[in-house]
Design a protein around this ligand. Sequence first.
Ligand code: NAD
Length: 414
Amino acid sequence: MAKGRSAQEDVQAFFDPAAERLGLPVGVRAMLCAPWRQIQVSLPIRRDNGDIEVFTGYRVQHNAARGPYKGGIRYHPHADEDEVRALATLMSYKTALLDIPFGGAKGGIQVDPAALSQAELNRLTRRYTRSIHHLLGPYRDVPAPDMGTNAQTMAWVMDEYGQLHGANQAVVTGKPVELGGSLGREQATGRGALDVLTEAAPDLGLDLRHARLVVQGFGNVGSWFARLAHGEGARVCAVSDRFGAVCSDGAIDVEALSAYVAATGSVAGFPGAAPCDPDDLYEVECEVFVPAAIENVLTEETARRLRAKVVLECANHPTTPEADMVLNERSIPVLPDVLVNAGGVTVSYFEWTQNLQQLSWTLEEVNQRLRARITEAYRNVRDTARREGLTLREAAFLIGIERVARAAMLRGFV
Ligand code: NAD
């Protein structure tokens, strides 16, 4: 969150100009600005040492005009009501932009998952699921992994939900493949980001085979993006995570780095590149800066220091409205989060579809369908931006908000 302002207010700053341009009635704006439902739950669990500890969890269901609520569950010490609410709002516009038949939601537990054992995480996830199970369901609200959660977490949610309601794989996405997860879901967000970048490259004057990339965050999204981009010939020249950063004048061997992170838990100390300060990443000269970690890393100050030609927003809400203005002034195009990281929810939709039909698609089919859908969304954003004289973010919000507002009006409940 930018200093003194809530995450929700930041999202509002992107919403207001689009609503104005669309001429949305005041009442419709009010409906889109408030989540339809939100819940806070208290989650006592027994720690491995016998102590009882209480965590706080949230689920915010922003809008379901276009279909069941859909959105990740985040485990992070800063996951609070404001952050989860802002992320739920972004999900509504993301699913609409990709034309996926879902609404928007988000969940979170205020916890550092690295501080809990697997057994403790299992108990916490089950307690959370029991506390919100009445709001979930394949046609109600379908969670997925987000920061700090993964396929294992979704398996626990599915199992706990199944014990209460009867087995149903379609209640979560991002599950292990053995339990009905889709092939390609784990890589989907990074792959979708690369699909967008590849499609946008000619418009942005980039040659990806020689492009230098700086990647902030090396978890699910950052590492898959870096590995796939490296495979296409791009040069990953700096990478950071919450523990440290490494950089190279040439190209980092991303496969070796991934193996190192799998063994040690961090990029810090990777012998194949030089250590550097994570804060220096903003000043590494590159073609593409890729925030793939947390919110609000691009502030007015860091945006001025950036030495990139393009920003590819893999993380959710990495750019404050002030930074957005600075980047605009500096003619650094931003490929926005609601488009760039939508590969995850797109393949989640494919997973849900496969579960409902009890069949499975090949990896090639999943990847092809993902590329077709996300590149079409990019072209739609680009064409709207050109036609209306907008930034890519403004255009993406315009399309997403218009679709959600129209669906709400067509349903006739306002
Ligand atoms: P993750 O937990 O797998 O990885 C997060 C990475 O960011 C880790 O490498 C962590 O060390 C690093 N990190 C944390 N704080 C940092 C800091 N201050 N500076 C640098 N690095 C830091 O999470 P993820 O699933 O890869 O999600 C990353 C971002 O992408 C989040 O904003 C998330 O909401 C968004 N996202 C994820 C998905 C998905 O499918 N996983 C889909 C859409 C959007």
